[in-house]
Design a protein around this ligand. Structure first.
Ligand code: URA
Length: 434
C-alpha cells in the first residue's frame, strides 16, 4: 500500500477501505508517513467528505493507536460524559456526584484545556490538595469504593488523534464533521466506558455556532458510538450565553456546589438533569426521563449528591471541608461591578466574548505553558431577557489586577446589548438524540 495512492483515491472522491485507513493511521502514529502527506489527505477529506463506514474505521483505528483503558474491574455499567465545551461549563463538577449518588459509577478522564477558563481538572484543583494524577489502579479503586473518580488524560490514549488534531489545527482542516466526530469519539472509546452521553453545545460560545451543525455532529457521534457497540446519546443545549452565572475556575466550583445544595441556576440544573437522566437510563437505573429526573432531584434534596462530592474530593487528596464551606476556595482580591450605561432588556451577551473577559483576568491559558489564576472570573448578574436599570450591575468581576479588571470591563460592556423590547425566548435544551 502507498500513501500516495490513498491520497489520490480520496482526492478523486473514492471511498477508502478500512485497511487503507488503518495503514495511514498506523504509519502516521509511528512517524513513517510524513506530515505533508497526511495534510494532503486531510484536505482531500475536507472537500470530498467521508462515508459512515470510513468515519467508523478512522475512529476505531485512532482509538486503537495507543492504550485503551481497561475498566473491566469495575463490575457495573460505567457511563462517561463528554462536552464539546463552552463558557461557564462546569457540568461535570455537579453531574458526576449526582449520578454517582444515584448508584451509577462515573469513571471520567478530563483535560486541562486551553481557552477562557481551565478544563475540569483545573477547576477541581481549586480544592486545596486535589490531584487528578491517579494511577489506573487508584482510579479503578476509587470508582469501586465511592462510585466516582476523575483523572487526567494519559499521554498514550489515542495518540494518533493527538497528532492528527494538532496537524489539522495548523492546516485549516479542523471543521469537517467526520474528522471532529471521529476525533472526539476515538478518545471516548479508548477511555473504556460502556455508555457515552454527549453534551453538545450550540451558539456563539460553542464550537458549533449553528444549531444545524451541532445536530449533525451529535448525530454523527451517536452513530459512531452505536456502531462501535456502546450505548450513545447526545443532548444539544444552548451556549449562546454562558451556562449558569459563574465563569472562572473557583467561581464555577462554587456554583456547582450551590447547585448540589439545591440553589443552582435554572439552565445549569436543567442541563444536569437532562444529561443525568440519559446517564441513568443508559445504565439501566431508570426507565424514562421522569423517573430519572426524580432520582436526581432526590439526591440533591437529601444532600447525598453534595456528600458524594465531598467523598470524591477527599479521595483525591482535596479538602472535603471546602465542599461544605466554599468560602475556603481561592478568592480574588478585587470584586467590582460592571454597571449598565442604560436601562432596558438584555438582548444578547456575546458568549465567547465573556470567555475572553475571563481569559483577560487570568482565568484561562493562552498557551499550554501559561499559568492560570483559579480565583478570578466573572459572575453575571443579568442574563438574556432580564431587565436592567441604568447604573445597576450587569456582572461582578473577580480580579487580582486593576488593569486586567478594566480591560475585562470594557470588553464585557461591548459584549452586552441592551434594547427596549425583551428578546424572543428560545428553548435551552434543543434536542436529545438517542
Ligand atoms: N475536539 C476534539 O477533540 N477534536 C476535534 O477535532 C474538534 C474538537
Amino acid at each position: 500500500m502507498r500513501m500516495y495512492d490513498i491520497i489520490m483515491k480520496k482526492r478523486n472522491g473514492g471511498e477508502l477501505s478500512s485497511e487503507e485507513i488503518q495503514f495511514f493511521i498506523d504509519g502516521y502514529t509511528r512517524g513513517e508517513i510524513p506530515d505533508y502527506q497526511v495534510s494532503a489527505l486531510m484536505m482531500a477529506v475536507y472537500f470530498q467528505k467521508m462515508t459512515e463506514a470510513e468515519t467508523l474505521a478512522l475512529t476505531m483505528a485512532m482509538a486503537d493507536s495507543g492504550d485503551r483503558l481497561d475498566l473491566s474491574q469495575i463490575h457495573r455499567i460505567k457511563v462517561d460524559k463528554h462536552s464539546t465545551g463552552g463558557v461557564g461549563d462546569k457540568t461535570s463538577l455537579a453531574l458526576a456526584p449526582m449520578v454517582a449518588a444515584c448508584g451509577i459509577p462515573v469513571a471520567k478522564m478530563s483535560g486541562r484545556g486551553l481557552g477562557h477558563t481551565g478544563g475540569t481538572i483545573d477547576k477541581l484543583e481549586s480544592f486545596p490538595g486535589f490531584s487528578t494524577a491517579l494511577t489506573t489502579q487508584q482510579f479503578i479503586e476509587n470508582v469501586n469504593r465511592i462510585g466516582i473518580a476523575i483523572m487526567g488524560q494519559t499521554a498514550d490514549l489515542a495518540p494518533a488523534d493527538k497528532k492528527l488534531y494538532a496537524l489539522r489545527d495548523v492546516t485549516a482542516t479542523v471543521d469537517n464533521m467526520s474528522l471532529i466526530a471521529s476525533s472526539i469519539m476515538s478518545k471516548k472509546l479508548a477511555a473504556g466506558a460502556d455508555a457515552i452521553v454527549l453534551d453538545v453545545k450550540t451558539g456563539s460560545g460553542a464550537f458549533m455556532k449553528k444549531e444545524s451543525d451541532a445536530r449533525a455532529l451529535a448525530e454523527e457521534m451517536v452513530k459512531i458510538g452505536k456502531n462501535a457497540g456502546r450505548k450513545t446519546m447526545a443532548v444539544i443545549s444552548d451556549m449562546d450565553q454562558p451556562l449558569g452565572y459563574a465563569v472562572g475556575n473557583a467561581l464555577e466550583v462554587k456554583e456547582a456546589i450551590e447547585t448540589l445544595k439545591g440553589r443552582g441556576p435554572a439552565d445549569f440544573l436543567e442541563l444536569c438533569l437532562s444529561l443525568g437522566s440519559q446517564m441513568l437510563i443508559a445504565a439501566g437505573k431508570a426507565g424514562n426521563d421522569s423517573q430519572a429526573g426524580k432520582m436526581l432531584e432526590a439526591v440533591i434534596s437529601d444532600g447525598s449528591a453534595l456528600e458524594k462530592m465531598a467523598e470524591f474530593v477527599e479521595a483525591q487528596g482535596g479538602s472535603r471541608e471546602a465542599v461544605y464551606h466554599p468560602e475556603l476556595l481561592p478568592k480574588a482580591h478585587i470584586v467590582r461591578p460592571v454597571l449598565a450605561a442604560v436601562s432596558g432588556y438584555i438582548d444578547h451577551i456575546v458568549c465567547d466574548e465573556v470567555g475572553i473577559c475571563s481569559l483577560l483576568l487570568g482565568g484561562g491559558r493562552e498557551t499550554k505553558e501559561s499559568g492560570i489564576d483559579l480565583s478570578v472570573g466573572l459572575v453575571l448578574c443579568k442574563k438574556a431577557g432580564d431587565y436592567v436599570r441604568e447604573g445597576e450591575a450587569l456582572a461582578m468581576l473577580h480580579a487580582n489586577d486593576e488593569g486586567k479588571a478594566e480591560a475585562a470591563e470594557k470588553r464585557y460592556l461591548a459584549a452586552c446589548s441592551i434594547t427596549d423590547m425583551p428578546p424572543e425566548k428560545t428553548p435551552f435544551i434543543k434536542a436529545v438524540i438517542v
